[in-house]
Write a protein that binds this ligand. Structure first.
Ligand code: 13P
Length: 322
């Protein structure tokens, strides 16, 4: 609409004026991803967002995603100012892993190496030996397991179970889950597969193991996008946040992408294949992050002591991934 075009034009001007760059996740709404692309920002998975934010010369980062992504950006680039469309955009994995409880769990097993998913607070990262994202988790755990480390894994139980199955590692797992992926149902997916036997099934490993078992490819957002390009199928059933369809469709416009089913008729599903917090990154919120008088609603601050501690396991991941 015309109003949206006006917002976009104003945001473009403000980004340029403020030497700011927009860093967006594949789960944000299509118009936000398009805006990041049009303005020289990035649209990517959580690992690439971290790298892009760190390496980009802009003095200000506008992170369209969820809070841990803004915190990671700030930890990696304390000299930059990091703003988010809203600081309310949290993550069920982060919420389900409070620092105190997690730290007590780690303290109870002092001989274990602590590996945490990027979807955690800065405080939880500060307690960890390694941070991993879904695109690098398998390789890092494989490496640690081969060196004989005993491993604490948190917080995603489904990703943890998938990694255990793939690597043979046995980990002490935290009991967290992503509300979006947790909703995918194997029975309904099985039925949909029977309706479309020609379709390949792409599954993010935050999904339940029964859903992963039906997958033709399992991986992080960037890995699923790559699979959708490389596999010969004309049709894909995709079990992850539907924001990802923007990039899949853009890269292969002739292929068909359909959503994997979430429970029942949809009426019982809380998040329906779209993260409610990612959805908070709208145009109005982005403009506000660029002009607001009260920046306390938008700016990310991480306490110095916490930042220095959290940087260690984050740097380990980035150096390993190089
Ligand atoms: P990736 O983009 O690393 O696959 O992460 C997905 C996710 O959980 C984002 O919140």
């Amino acid at each position: 609409s015309e109003q949206k075009a006006q917002y976009k034009a104003r945001i473009k001007t403000l980004l340029a004026e403020k030497n700011a760059v927009l860093v967006a996740h594949y789960y944000t709404d299509p118009e936000i991803q398009a805006l990041a692309e049009e303005t020289g920002g990035c649209v990517s998975d959580s690992l690439e967002m971290a790298r892009f934010g760190r390496d980009h010369p802009a003095k200000t980062l506008i992170v369209a995603g969820v809070k841990f992504m803004g915190e990671t950006a700030k930890i990696l680039s304390p000299e930059k100012r990091v703003f988010m469309p809203t600081l309310e955009a949290t993550c069920s994995l982060d919420l389900g892993c409070p620092e105190k409880e997690f730290s007590d769990f780690c303290d109870a097993h002092p001989d274990h190496t602590v590996v945490v998913y990027a979807n955690t607070s800065a405080a939880v990262k500060a307690r960890a030996d390694w941070v991993v994202t879904s695109s690098i988790a398998l390789e890092i755990v494989e490496h640690l397991d081969s060196e004989g480390h005993k491993i604490i894994w948190g917080p995603d139980k489904h990703l943890g179970a998938y990694i255990e199955k793939q690597t043979g590692a046995k980990m002490l797992k935290w009991n967290g889950a992503c509300i979006v992926h947790d909703e995918f149902k194997a029975k309904h997916l099985h039925d949909l597969k029977s309706m479309y036997p020609q379709a390949a099934v792409l599954v993010h490993p935050e999904s339940p193991s029964s859903v992963i078992d039906l997958a033709d490819a399992v991986g992080s957002t960037s890995q699923l996008i790559k699979a959708s390009q490389e596999m010969d199928n004309e049709m894909f059933i995709v079990a992850t946040d539907k924001g990802i369809f923007y990039k899949m469709q853009q890269l292969t416009p002739d292929k068909t992408f359909i959503e994997a089913p979430t429970g029942g008729n949809g009426a019982t599903c809380k998040s329906c294949a779209h993260c409610p917090w990612m959805a908070m990154n709208g145009l109005v919120a982005i403009e506000n992050a660029l002009i607001a008088d009260d920046l306390s609603e938008h700016e990310i601050f991480v306490d110095d002591d916490l930042r220095e501690k959290a940087l260690i396991p984050l740097d380990r991941m980035l150096n390993f991934a190089q």
